[in-house]
Design a binder for this molecule. Structure first.
Ligand code: ADP
Ligand code: MG
Length: 718
């Protein structure tokens, strides 16, 4: 006999053998507990049914009816397409149900059987009809107390398992294992927040006796998720308070001098954010700050100032970015900004070559040595850079993931900057700071989320926002063309080129795809350079090119040796070339909303008016919503909110932030209050019992470690 514990593998549950267990594991359900936490997608109130005569067209409704007749026929519109029709009736009327091209369904239905059906009621040729409704066959003699006469859960089904099967399995699971489940939420938290206990919640989320109980269990289980999510954040914030970091010498002159010699005036928002960072860096607590700012708002300069504040006191600064092209861009810019040669007066519009500067000379007191580390560097070069970092010869190191390698050791790392944080996993983000002794950390992102959410979701970070673009920036004009109107888009690009500006043309794929009916960047490049834009310099860049070739192509474009850059989304992050004023995104319906906004951010970076042309034949409501949002909003916060609405929080956060994709039931958007309460409780609890040592928190500690094994050290070590 297997010991009764909710961590029992699911195959030992009554009704599930090894074969069915496989269908479950495919969905990430491994244990009985996982199964009990597999929540219904929706519910049907089967305590009373609509009679057929009461049905309302256009609404989705549930009925109970018997099979009167069934038949299969071929479609007269489409050859080889068959249609199954089933006529059903109750005492009040008749309805037809129709399934397309699922011939195997035919044998499911027998005349006289009783079915429960759920679907949208429509009227065709004067008769009521449901197309491909969800259905269940009532068994008749056996116990139907789970499937009828009550509020019934409807699940997303693992393959080969029916609603009735699944309900039965979950019922077994609840009956047998519920007594073994202890409630890990401490009693006083439950009572303060009027939350149901765990056992009752699990029963009621699956088999609610009434809608109120369903709601209460939903509250409790959402709270529990939010709370578990907030605990490690609260813990980290608490531990941070205890830890001593570096009190930097923020008045050292290097940073101020740098700002004084910038070729532009900082925006008020940049100045404010720099003050916030300065205050943090001067304090002995280690900074943990998130800097949000829309694309083009000028985050790099802020990061450079922070870097100099660390360097002027004798510390090293590290700046990690997600791509090699971006690393090189930052490296070149920062190098000539912080240690310009003793050149003559500033020459406008000059793109810095090796050692040159577009920013003119300045008089730094200390020479700052800037380094670049990427994985494509040669072994020998890497070794040299490792050595220089180790010996403290490089003050400011810019690089990709390559910075995380073991061989990278700092002499005295004082500041870590992580650019485009959503491109890194939580684990990766945590690694770089570990190479120093509590260095200050600045995390930057251009995909802002609404502030109310941000302060809760990033509860362990302080947040700064650049909510202003540099003066003189004109908003990017956004247009939408159909595919057949592409020549108009090219004509607009041509106008920009003739005025000496540059253009990007973006494609979702490199190679053409027959399945998706798309032409790829490579083929279009061949065509554009020989046809539509033959008198211009056209280049091609994509992720499959060698790093060297990508860099070469970027610098050719930067140096204006090329007029047009045909590209895939490698361009998405961070690229900054103010002379590019036109972007055409083909098959724009294929991109996500944030991605489109990021891409658009590659233009509109100078003082000339820029245009972003979305070429898209829109076929789905979501694609339509995305294009409309792009036409309506230029502001990243508004775009983010729309994106959240269109995709829902699961996908929106799932793609970006590990941890939040674990939310199965809680919805940070609709349950903001509950999320806030969960955060407050988490903070309170950590202050009272930072190591979760007390008896009432023992179960909680176990649960937390089970959920987030990576936090073990954080919890156990003081
Ligand atoms: P992002 O926030 O998207 O990372 P960048 O830091 O790349 O933006 O800045 C975009 C461009 O704006 C760069 O060319 C940068 O030099 C320039 N820039 C930054 N701050 C200002 C400012 N205050 N005034 C004018 N231009 C600025
Ligand atoms: Mg940037």
């Amino acid at each position: 006999m297997v010991k009764k514990s909710v961590s029992t593998p699911i195959q030992y549950l009554k009704g599930i053998g090894p074969k069915k267990a496989k269908s479950f594991t495919a969905l990430g359900i491994h244990t009985v507990e996982d199964l009990l936490y597999y929540f219904p997608r929706r519910y049907e109130d089967r305590s009373r049914f609509q009679t057929i005569s009461q049905l309302k067209e256009g609404e989705s409704q549930t009925i109970k009816a018997s099979v009167l007749a069934r038949g299969m026929r071929q479609s007269w519109k489409k050859r080889g397409f068959n249609i199954l029709e089933v006529a059903l009736g109750d005492n009040t009327g008749k309805i037809f149900c129709v399934w397309f091209n699922q011939p195997y369904l035919k044998d499911y239905f027998k005349v006289g059987q009783t079915l429960i059906l759920f679907g949208k009621i429509e009227r065709y040729a004067g008769r009521l009809q449901m197309n491909s409704p969800e259905f269940e066959i009532l068994a008749g003699e056996s116990d139907e107390s789970l499937n009828i006469g009550r509020i019934v859960p409807i699940y997303s089904l693992p393959s080969g398992i029916t609603q009735r099967n699944l309900r039965q399995m979950i019922k077994y699971g609840l009956d047998e294992y519920l007594p073994e489940i202890g409630d890990f939420l401490p009693y006083d938290i439950r009572s303060r927040n009027k939350l149901l206990n765990l056992a009752k919640s699990l029963i009621s989320i699956h088999f609610p006796q009434n809608p109120d109980l369903q709601k209460e269990s939903y509250q409790r289980l959402s709270f529990e998720e939010f709370f578990l999510f907030q605990l490690p954040l609260a813990l980290r914030k608490f531990k941070k308070k205890e830890k001593q970091g570096i009190a930097h010498n923020v008045e050292g002159g290097l940073a101020d001098n740098f700002i004084a010699h910038l070729p532009f005036q900082l925006t008020q928002a940049q100045e404010r954010v720099i003050r916030e960072i300065k205050r943090d860096m001067a304090a002995s607590l280690a900074m943990q700050r998130l800097l949000q700012g829309d694309v083009g708002s000028g985050k790099t300069v802020v990061a450079t100032v922070a870097g100099l504040m660390a360097i002027q006191g004798g510390y090293q600064a590290a700046f990690m970015v997600p791509t090699e092209v971006l690393a090189r861009q930052h490296y070149e810019k920062i190098k000539c900004q912080v240690s310009p040669p003793k050149a003559g007066p500033p020459t406008a519009e000059v793109v810095p070559a090796e050692g040159g500067s577009a920013y003119g000379g300045s008089c730094q007191t200390k020479k700052v040595k800037v380094g670049l580390l990427t994985s494509s560097a040669k072994r020998k070069e890497k070794d040299k850079i490792y050595k220089e970092i180790r010996e403290g010869k490089i003050d400011f190191i810019i690089g990709t993931h390559a910075l995380l390698e073991k061989a990278v050791e700092f002499r005295n790392l004082g500041l870590v900057v992580i650019d485009e944080q959503h491109k890194f996993g939580v684990g990766q983000r945590a690694l770089l700071p570990q190479k120093g002794l509590n260095p200050d950390v600045l995390i930057m992102t251009a995909t802002p989320i609404p502030r109310t959410l941000a302060i809760t979701l990033y509860a362990d970070l302080d947040i700064s926002v650049i909510n202003e673009l540099p003066a003189g920036r004109l908003p990017v004009k956004t247009l939408h063309f159909q595919e057949k109107e592409i020549s108009q888009a090219y004509a607009i690009a041509r106008e920009h080129l003739l005025q000496g500006s540059q253009a990007y043309i973006i494609y979702p794929v490199i190679e053409e795809s027959y399945a998706l009916d798309m032409i790829g960047a490579k083929k279009m490049y061949e065509r554009l350079k020989t046809k539509e834009f033959k008198e211009f310099g056209v280049g091609l860049i994509h992720g499959k090119l060698k790093q060297k070739e990508q860099d070469l192509m970027m610098s050719k474009f930067k140096d204006k040796k090329l007029d047009i850059l045909v590209s895939t989304t490698v361009l998405e992050v961070g690229i900054d070339i103010p002379e590019a004023t036109c972007m055409i995104t083909e098959y724009a319906q294929r991109f996500g909303l944030s991605q489109l906004h990021q891409l658009r951010g590659r233009v509109g970076r100078g003082s000339k008016e820029s245009v972003c042309i979305l070429v898209a034949d829109v076929r789905t409501p979501e694609a339509k919503a995305r294009i409309e949002a792009m036409l309506k909003y230029n502001d990243g916060f508004a775009i983010a909110e729309e994106d959240l609405k269109i995709r829902g929080p699961g996908e929106f956060f799932g793609a970006r932030q590990h941890g939040l994709n674990e939310l199965r039931i809680g919805n940070p958007l609709t349950q903001t209050q509950l999320l806030k309460k969960a955060k407050e409780e988490a903070v309170k609890l950590i202050h009272l019992d930072p190591k979760l040592e007390t008896r009432q928190n023992a179960l909680l500690k176990e649960k937390l470690l089970q959920r987030f094994p990576e936090y073990e050290e954080l919890i156990l070590v003081g």
